[in-house]
Design a protein. Structure first.
Length: 304
């Protein structure tokens, strides 16, 4: 969408004089504070612009969009692309300026993610994860490997039979054994890694379902049964930038909440139990019971 409708703010400024008065009022509100307009509902935007809700829809269509959702997605991506980002940091920037540039870019990308995610797609993916007999999470490279491990760990805590598979040969073995009751979750922002695509194709041939977390219109997206699309501005320094990294983590968080909701109260109680156990016995506790017992034994032996 951001490529089809570049420089949306400039287009709105140029188009405004030729539009009906009511539509000009809508654009005036958006142009005055684009970030605030992005977070407003259609009815709130209509009240702010003093127009009817259908006028908001007509304005979006006048700019070439199918609806308000598509318009907001393009606006969010336009803000993310033109917001100050770490790629614009100079050697003369103060620490405050660097903080502002990096965090404003991340905030704009999260706003864009909120507009582009389809709730129905997320629900479909969550349903597959709940019903699967086995879930294997595929990745290629360090970043997606971290995502796959995080997803596997969260699924495991929810009682799902899940694995994280990073090696290309192991992915083929996984694909050969998943079967119709299995689900492969392929995580790749780039979406065109040959070995992963081969494993995904083989998993589908065995009857397994494939969930892809990737950019729109990638080879991986075209092969998957369910595609959770993530689109962020391209990073000029890293192949997969921090904004993509954050977006993937948020998608995993959303999926796990939906899976937990579908599994019901028992799953929530299990998570609470795990948290309690880790708080009392985890490696990061201030006084681990086993360590305390060991020291007390040493002290007794010393005193004896």
């Amino acid at each position: 969408m951001s490529e089809r409708y570049p420089h949306l703010l400039q287009r709105m400024q140029a188009a405004a004089p030729g539009l009906p008065r009511a539509q000009q009022q809508v654009l005036a509100v958006v142009l005055h504070d684009p970030e605030r307009a992005l977070s407003m509902s259609v009815d709130a935007l209509a009240v702010q612009a003093q127009v009817s809700m259908p006028t908001i829809m007509r304005t979006a269509r006048q700019l070439g969009f199918e609806g308000v959702r598509e318009f907001k997605l393009a606006l969010a991506q336009d803000l993310a692309r033109h917001a100050p980002v770490h790629r614009s940091v100079t050697m003369h920037d103060s620490t405050s300026a660097i903080v502002q540039k990096i965090l404003s870019s991340a905030a704009a990308s999260i706003s864009a993610l909120q507009q582009q995610l389809d709730p129905a797609v997320l629900e479909k993916a969550a349903k597959l994860l709940v019903c699967a007999e086995r879930i294997d999470c595929y990745s290629v490279g360090a970043t997606s490997a971290f995502m796959a491990n995080d997803l596997q760990g969260r699924l495991f805590r929810l009682g799902r039979h899940a694995h994280a598979v990073h090696d290309a040969h192991q992915q083929l073995i996984s694909a050969a054994t998943l079967g119709p009751l299995g689900v492969a979750v392929a995580i790749s922002h780039v979406g065109r890694m040959p070995f992963m695509l081969e494993a995904v194709g083989f998993a589908k041939s065995q009857g397994a379902k494939v969930i892809a977390i990737t950019q729109p219109d990638t080879a991986l997206a075209q092969m998957a049964d369910v595609v959770i699309e993530i689109s962020v501005p391209q990073d000029a320094v890293m192949r997969v930038g921090t904004e993509a990294y954050i977006a993937h983590l948020l998608v995993i968080e959303l999926l796990m909440v939906l899976v937990l909701k579908a599994l019901g109260p028992n799953a929530a109680r299990h998570l609470a139990k795990f948290k309690s156990v880790l708080q009392a016995h985890g490696q990061d506790v201030d006084h681990h019971p086993t360590v305390d017992w060991a020291w007390s034994s040493v002290e007794k032996d010393t005193q004896a």
